[in-house]
Design a protein around this ligand. Sequence first.
Ligand code: HEC
Length: 158
Amino acid sequence: MKYVQFLILPGFLLSWLLSVFLKPNPETITRPSRLGIVVLSPAQENLLKIRCYVCHTEKPGEVPENQMKAPPMWGVRMHYIRRYPDKTVFVQRIKEWVKHPEKSKSLMPGAIKRFGLMPALPYPDEELTRIAEAIYHLPKPSLMQRHRCGGGRCGRGK
Ligand code: HEC
């Protein structure tokens, strides 16, 4: 017990030093635009949740494989952004898909085979624009989660 007092002070100093040096710079968090990160507004996140995350999840690995009803939105985004890198076209294509899903227009035929064709969802145009923009700006999942997209686990089927 005698030694405890000798440990407390250096321990305290050490944790103080660590907290000073390891604390993230608040500037980088509160000014995301400088880093080029777009933060979704709560309203946009809510729309995605209410309208799309009934069936989709945002990231891979959020629910067990056998409970997935649709491919994770990050996987969907990957397919669409690869084909339609321009934001305006991306938004337009997502909106078109949601209003009139058709096998011939699909970029994810493997997902149709696995989950069945997505039903058409007649949501207001303005809402769908915000939803599609939110998908375009979805935050990148962690490396582990992206890794899970391998082997067709994001709904590509094969
Ligand atoms: C009733 C369940 C359900 C809901 C709700 C739903 N989806 Fe889907 N979605 C699916 C399924 C199943 C697939 C995979 C099969 C397919 O591609 O049709 C899919 C696939 C997609 C695809 C890929 C289409 C392709 O094959 O190229 C897009 C884009 C998409 N969903 C967008 C949305 C958006 C945006 C919303 C919200 C407005 C939404 N989904 C809501 C079930 C759903």
